[in-house]
Ligand binder design. Structure first.
Ligand code: NAP
Ligand code: ZN
Length: 347
């Protein structure tokens, strides 16, 4: 066992505090990773505040992890000491069900093991990336291409794959019009990836304050959803809408922006139920869908795609002791566009 420094939530209502946690010894199939950087996802906040249901405390979150391999188990063939690697939202799955066999571990029929706040194979609670090191089964460790700036790359492990996967699945590309609701961590990655896939992209943000950024990332247009005219102007415009918003929205209004046969995919995961009347879907054969992160092979594909297209998140580097302040800024949509913790500041 190794003891490492970390930032943990002591309860649903208290700020995160510096603490220590233990990491298991490296097993035959394991990789020990010294964490260099960890992104802050809105899911971290939903989780530690108990918004998705009760969890065990203290809890270390963080599922956008990059670092270097420092030790490998006897059976490890995929990674070597010194490799630059990443870990996303999952650290294990059953490996045997039809979803795992299809490379869709995120939909494991027995439930995948999340990087944090999940029950691990030994019965302990998994602890995430706001820490100095982590031990992970080699199959859930990704290769991080050298061309991607290590200081910025971490958010691809969640925000990147969570937007890449539905854009791919619903075939965003040349000739498709895609709208992205919410320009936060996920939203800005959805814009960059959809643009790289060749789609025509429109950003639907609460205000016009992020318009210049949307256009710089390649979007064709940016509309303020606070402006009621937006919903009239854009009616019947898009084949695909990716909703990345962390709060409850008027889904009927957004469904009105789809063309006949269009799909609105929810990746945003607000704690409250979203209302969709049947007659928002029926008259135009619309689909309302959800999507969870992406499989391991698809995550590797996304990292390689981002390297090929020179896509990186926009990040603001913080020290670990700024994490509580960063949470407040995420909650007030004051992040451009992902906070990344410099794990060296945990020493
Ligand atoms: P984020 O950085 O906070 O971005 C959310 C964006 O939504 C904000 O920047 C803001 O964009 C918009 N927004 C926030 N509150 C709003 C409100 N009340 N009304 C309208 N728009 C609002 O969060 P994130 O890290 O991208 O995560 C977004 C959501 O995705 C979270 O719920 C998270 O848990 C979920 N998530 C899901 C998966 C999955 O696998 N499905 C994976 C990761 C995260 P504007 O300023 O542009 O309006
Ligand atoms: Zn996440």
């Amino acid at each position: 066992m190794r003891t490492v420094n970390a930032y943990a939530a002591p309860s649903a209502t208290e700020p995160l505090v510096k603490t220590t946690i233990t990491r298991r010894d490296v097993g035959p199939d394991d990789v020990m990773i010294d964490i260099a950087y960890a992104g802050i996802c809105h899911s971290d906040i939903h989780t530690v505040r108990g918004e998705w249901g009760p969890i065990e405390y203290p809890q270390v979150v963080g599922h956008e992890i990059v670092g270097h391999v420092t030790e490998v188990g006897a059976n490890v063939t995929k990674h070597q000491v010194g490799d630059r690697v990443g870990v996303g939202c999952m650290v294990n799955s059953c490996g045997e069900c039809e979803q795992c066999l299809a490379g869709q571990e995120q939909y494991c029929l027995k439930g995948n093991i999340g990087t944090y706040a999940s029950v691990d194979v030994d019965g302990s609670t998994t602890q995430g990336g706001y820490s100095q090191a982590v031990v992970v089964d080699q199959d859930f460790v990704l290769r991080v291409p050298e061309s991607l700036d290590i200081e910025k790359v971490a958010p691809l492990l969640c925000a990147g794959i969570t937007t890449y996967s539905p854009l791919h699945h619903w075939k965003a590309g040349p000739g498709t019009k895609v709208a992205v609701i919410g320009m936060g961590g996920l939203g800005h990655m959805a814009v960059k990836i959809a643009v790289a896939l060749g789609a025509e992209v429109t950003v639907l943000s609460q205000t016009t304050s992020k318009e210049a950024d949307s256009l710089r990332y390649g979007a064709k247009a940016h509309y303020a959803t606070k402006d009621a005219d937006t919903f009239e102007k854009l009616a019947n415009s898009f084949e695909l809408i990716i909703n990345t918003v962390s709060a409850k929205l008027d889904m009927q209004a957004y469904l009105g922006l789809l063309k006949v046969d269009g799909t609105l995919v929810n990746v945003g995961a607000p704690p409250e139920p979203l209302d969709v009347p049947a007659f928002a879907l029926i008259p135009r054969r619309l689909s309302w869908a959800g999507s969870a992160i992406g499989g391991i092979a698809e995550t590797q594909e996304m990292l390689d795609f981002c390297a090929e297209h020179d896509i990186l998140p926009e990040t603001e580097l913080i020290s670990a002791d700024q994490v509580n302040e960063a949470y407040e800024r995420v909650l007030s949509s004051d992040v451009r566009y992902r906070f990344v913790i410099d794990a060296a500041t945990l020493a």
